[in-house]
Design a protein around this ligand. Structure first.
Ligand SMILES: [Zn+2]
Length: 181
């Protein structure tokens, strides 16, 4: 069993994401997001209803599966990491991913932006999951990556005046853009 790391909740609140996303990630860290497994626990989903993951339909939809070990989500994390030109072994716990993701940011302002990208990734996965369930949306990894890039760019730009890169520059070389922070 992988060890569950301690999450520094201050990193969530000091990130550059909007407050509704901060509160979503905070609930995710406490395993209080309304995944099917959590809805079953609260008797919102009945015993005869499926708990199958909204992305792959192969395993129960827990937080760790939906945001971490599902093949669809893993592909998204690899795309996000590839966008930054790094590759790390993906852990199987969402908390471990939160702790490990921003390590390639060398200073605290860079890490703060990387935590923001991390939050944009989880938020975009969650919205895609809801689109699949409620709007019969099709899974589209390319669209999710686009939205992660757009959201993180908007969020960082809104809160950091010295971040003046265009969206095109952000999409092309995000680490270089973070040098201005
Ligand atoms: Zn899955």
């Amino acid at each position: 069993m992988e060890e569950v790391p301690d999450v520094d909740f201050k990193q969530i609140w000091s990130s550059l994401a909007p407050s509704n996303v901060k509160s979503f990630v905070w609930r995710l860290m406490l395993n209080r997001v309304q995944t099917k497994t959590n809805l079953r626990r609260r008797h919102v989903i009945r015993d005869d209803q499926s708990l199958a993951c909204s992305f792959c339909q192969l395993q129960d939809e827990t937080s760790d599966h939906l945001f971490c070990t599902c093949a669809f989500s893993m592909a998204i994390w690899r795309m996000v990491l590839g966008w930054f030109g790094v590759s790390i072994a993906l852990p199987s716990l969402v908390k471990a991913l939160f702790v490990q993701f921003p390590v390639f940011g060398r200073c605290s302002s860079k890490r703060e932006a990387l935590v923001t990208v991390w939050m944009a990734t989880c938020w975009s996965l969650w919205l895609m999951r809801n689109r699949v369930i409620f709007d019969n949306g099709e899974l589209d990894a390319g669209l999710v990556l686009d939205l992660i890039q757009v959201r993180s760019w908007h969020w960082i730009k809104a809160k950091r005046v010295n971040f003046q890169n265009s969206f095109y520059e952000w999409k092309l070389s995000p680490l270089a853009c973070l040098d201005s922070l």
